[in-house]
Design a protein around this ligand. Sequence first.
Ligand SMILES: *Cc1c(COP(=O)(O)O)cnc(C)c1O
Length: 427
Amino acid sequence: MENTKNMYLELGIDEKVYDFCEDILVGLKERFEGIDANAEFNQLKVLNAMQKNRVSEMHLAGSTGYGYNDDGRDTLEQVYADVFKTEAALVRPQIMCGTHALNVAIAANLRPGDELLSPVGKPYDTMDEIIGIRPSKGSLAEYGISYRQVDLLPDGTFDYDNIAKAINEKTKLVTIQRSKGYATRPTFSVKQIGELIKFVKDIKPDVICMVDNCYGEFVETIEPSELGADMVVGSLIKNPGGGLAPCGGYIAGTKECVEQASFRLSSPGLGKEVGATLGVNQSFYQGLFLSPTVVAGALKGAIFAANVYEKLGYRVVPDGKESRHDIIQSVELKTPEALIAFCKGIQSAAPVDSYVTPEPWAMPGYDADVIMAAGAFVQGSSIELSADGPLKEPYAVYFQGGLTWYHAKFGIMMSLQKMYEAGIVKI
Ligand SMILES: *Cc1c(COP(=O)(O)O)cnc(C)c1O
């Protein structure tokens, strides 16, 4: 592979960096085979759902105006339902992002006087305003919906005793976040989530269990909806959009829950019947089709990075050997210089805006400057290779994505190259 090596050198990778990385990869062969086997299964799952629903060329076209009788949209929703093994699904470009999908799913299924419970600690930051943890106009709190939270035990496991105590006659919906997001707890496996759902339903069978599935889709061969979740919710500019969906979100679940969500998303009385897809159907289908292999590439990138930086003495979460339940990797880089160099490397490896130099910046909602690297085809897409981190102790970078494994690999090599050039690491 002398030619390939020369390409890396031409692209600015030092021979020492290259050799160090290739050496790490030798030890990852078996892990990667396991990831490929998962992707193969998930590819067949998606293909099967598409064939079963007789996806045809006509479905790839879009509708305008009200979007009545959009067969492409309705069939895609049935494909999603089959992939997630649910009765129904709502998959729409009108769902603006993951936060919007979560808001629709939760708000649609609660009424004044009901209570929402998070048995897995504080949810993703953007949920604070939805719930009213941070007061906000239109929050659930303003509509008389209360909220309760049970934190995880210090070892990151479920606090079953206190969860049992927290469930009461008002508890209507339980929200379970699969991915750690940008918190420090572990990400839950689908099996763990299934156990938690069973525990909750044994106490209160009619409670709705919803899983925030962001970053988790296709990482395993089963989804939380196969182990009792009434709804799984996510963003199409993350895993299931496969990098091709230009926007959108999904809610897959029971007929009742999805119907409630559809009346909230559009309007009571209208529900799923309206909603033009304009030109997005093809990218939604094609993105879902590619998603299992895209997720596999992102996972390989995360594992590669964990092993590279672990070997250099940095704390990485998850560690180099741990099993994976989402596509996010964090590396504690210890100094601002290292964090900045890392992000510069990711940026300079991008297909778009590679010549741009990312700089730390004050961002609303953050108490420290934040540096972000992204050179993406879809704005803000985090299934594409991207990295960010706040400039404060322990200078952790969070990164995820990569539409192809080779791009993820190059990005990580470039991050190391920039740290090497700055004299931060010795190889
Ligand atoms: C990304 C994410 C969200 C919110 O999604 P946006 O598209 O950024 O609004 C919610 N929960 C988790 C776990 C996420 O990773």
